[in-house]
Design a protein. Structure first.
Length: 213
């Protein structure tokens, strides 16, 4: 049974890699997150500044401590020791960091990256600003098309992230998006990267495991 899941994950993952590559992105597949973590650690230059989005996927890789030990400056607005003013400055600094590390809410089998944001700092940094963008995605986020990408965001990513962030929005009770008008709504900005932006170096790492939300 495990071999069948591994086969399916790799088949779907490699299809996504091929489609992303066709659309101009750098893309690579790893069966396990440990292999991906080693690759990412080697890919990130010594002492470069690394912007970190609020991503459960990237945190699950466990490489932030290693990067700090290497001398990399980590720009993480989720640091609980920061004031609100400091968090905002970190978000601004992420837009011009050497490397921005994040995930994607969904990846389509024809090579599109689909994301929903509340503030917009994550999707802004994904498209323009940082010298390099590194997007890490588990196979659980691969879907067939844009409609299913949006459905995934509304039924999985948004409700779970609202719960994770302890936001008092309706989806934490319903389990699905209800297109609320809440002032704490985190589903405000939808972006679709159909192809790699002209001036942004983007690498997408697909991992054959269920990671993040």
């Amino acid at each position: 049974m495990e071999d069948l899941h591994k086969w399916h994950n790799e088949t779907i993952g490699q299809r996504a890699v091929e489609a992303l590559t066709k659309n101009g992105f750098n893309a690579i597949y790893f069966p396990y997150k440990e292999e991906a973590s080693d690759y990412i650690s080697q890919l990130i230059p010594f002492k470069c500044s690394v912007g970190v989005a609020g991503s459960a996927t990237t945190k699950s890789l466990g490489i932030l401590e290693e990067l700090k030990a290497k001398g990399n400056k980590i720009l993480d607005h989720n640091d609980p020791t920061l004031s609100q003013e400091e968090k905002m400055q970190v978000r601004i600094d992420q837009q011009t960091c050497d490397l921005f590390l994040t995930s994607s809410n969904a990846v389509t089998l024809d090579g599109k990256l689909v994301n929903m944001d509340g503030i917009g700092n994550r999707v802004a940094a994904m498209t323009f600003g940082p010298k390099k963008v590194l997007i890490v995605v588990g196979v659980n986020k691969i879907v067939s098309n844009l409609d299913l990408a949006l459905d995934r965001i509304q039924t999985i990513a948004s409700p779970i992230n609202n719960k994770r962030l302890n936001q008092p929005n309706p989806c934490v009770k319903t389990g699905v998006c209800v297109d609320c008008q809440s002032p704490t709504r985190i589903c405000n900005i939808l972006t679709v990267l159909y192809r790699k932006p002209f001036l942004t170096d983007i690498t997408v790492v697909i991992i054959g495991e269920d990671l993040g939300y």
